[in-house]
Design a protein around this ligand. Structure first.
Ligand code: GLY
Length: 428
């Protein structure tokens, strides 16, 4: 792993970013930029090979997701929650390199997703459409993208449940305890989908989108965050009264544990919600949730978390049907780390100097860990994904210690944001 230089180690050659007052040294800025460039170029080379893998087209099994047990690329159809990440990564790589061929590829993959704008089967339309079309709007806009995104936002709003004030995530959730199926579950991941609604409110002037996003964020603030600012994964609401019934987990170790990627979604989601609302309650939630993550005693020194902060510890018990009960190997989750790095880079722009330093240093440590040979794949390996060692869901016995397309997406996004900060710009 490359060494991680503290931001304030040397006393001379101080370079002060005018925009962000980020103290760095001129030579260190250049070596950090070279690190970013090398990783972005590596991602382009891997993805060029990935894109040569067969696709069945017509929206069926066309989107890269992970690697199967034979080591081959595994793809999913467009209605899987991960479908927007690959085109989204290509858009970031395009904007970073300005290679037109990457824009053509990003557009070709993204256009397969257009039917998703009508999808109302779960809450993930925000992930699917905003990571793809949202990035296209930033980097290579076309007029039709706005309508596609607004229609996607309308689809997401069909899942708003006024009696509870939330957007329903899944159509039902069967508890790992085997006791109950909850009819109105909300997962912390859902915070990520609100960005699509904030966008739709801005471009249409229709406040309804924004009101729904804020209502959902407020309920999440109240019911998903524990006193120590760790997050429940699932909160089940009563479909009649709209009251929260219980916090449980679907992908974490146990109901009272902290699933690392869930914590990452919370940090990222509240940071983004603060950006869109300037409401300090969300900033506080983002900061405290970030502090929980980066200062946790169980976070390894390379800052890549175990898949759950409390896995296999006393006081934490998986439900009887969960595979976590019998599966004893512990794994890191590079996807959670990548998402946190990206979120911290944005969050560093909203906080006071000391915290800014802390968040930038943590993001830098994570990015250098992910970019090291411990997590970054060798060229032509890893089914052409960039990062190894992520976890989809141990309780479901699915995607354990594999590459995942969203780990790559948030790594690439974080590198992109870091490069902007080093160039004296805001993270996004
Ligand atoms: N949003 C699903 C997951 O994080 O695995």
């Amino acid at each position: 792993m490359s060494s991680v230089t503290p931001f304030l180690r040397r006393q001379s050659l101080l370079w002060l970013s005018a925009a962000l007052f980020l103290p760095l040294y001129a030579d260190e800025v250049e070596s950090e930029k070279a690190f970013i460039r090398e990783n972005m170029e590596f991602a382009v080379r891997q993805y060029e090979l990935m894109m040569q893998q067969p696709t069945t087209g017509n929206g069926k099994n066309c989107m890269p997701r992970t690697m199967n047990s034979s080591g081959a690329l595994s793809k999913t159809h467009i209605y899987e929650w991960t479908s927007g990440f690959f085109p989204g990564s290509l858009w970031y790589l395009y904007d970073f390199t300005r290679q037109e061929a990457l824009a053509d590829s990003a557009r070709a993959y993204m256009q397969l997703l257009e039917p998703v704008k009508k999808y109302t089967g779960n809450h993930d339309v925000g992930f699917m459409m905003y990571c793809s079309y949202g990035n296209a709007l930033r980097f290579a806009p076309r007029p039709e993208y706005k309508d596609i995104l607004v229609e996607s936002a309308r689809s997401l709003c069909t899942r708003f449940r006024p009696q509870a004030g939330i957007i329903q995530s899944w159509n039902g959730f069967r508890s790992w305890h085997g006791e109950q199926t909850f009819k109105m579950p909300v997962i912390i991941d859902n915070m990520m989908n609100l960005e699509l609604l904030f966008y739709a409110a801005k471009v249409t002037g229709d406040e309804k989108f924004r009101q729904i996003a804020i209502s959902h964020a407020d309920k999440t603030l109240k019911n998903h965050l524990r006193k120590d600012y760790s997050c429940y994964h699932v909160v089940a609401y009563d479909d009649q009264t709209g009251r929260p019934i219980k916090g449980e987990t679907a992908q974490g170790y146990s109901d009272n544990s902290t699933w690392s990627r869930g914590q990452a979604w919370g940090i990222y989601g509240f940071t983004m919600t603060y950006r869109e609302t300037r409401d300090k309650r969300y900033l506080k939630a983002a900061e405290k949730a970030a502090d929980f993550f980066i200062n946790h005693p169980n976070l390894p020194s390379d800052m890549i978390p175990w898949w759950d902060f409390n896995a296999y510890q006393k006081g934490y018990t998986p439900g009887v049907r969960s595979n976590a009960r019998v599966f004893t190997a512990n794994y890191r989750d590079a996807s959670a780390a990548a998402c946190v790095a990206s979120a911290l880079l944005e969050l560093s722009g909203y906080v006071k100097a000391k915290k800014k330093q802390e968040y930038l240093q943590a993001a830098k440590t994570i990015l250098h860990s992910l970019g090291s040979e411990a997590y970054r794949a060798p060229y032509k390996k890893n089914a052409y994904f960039v990062l190894m060692h992520s976890v989809g869901s141990i309780p479901h016995k699915a995607e354990m210690d594999v590459p995942l397309v969203y780990a790559d997406y948030y790594f690439i996004e974080a590198l992109y944001r870091y490069h902007r900060i080093l160039s004296g710009q805001s993270a996004l």
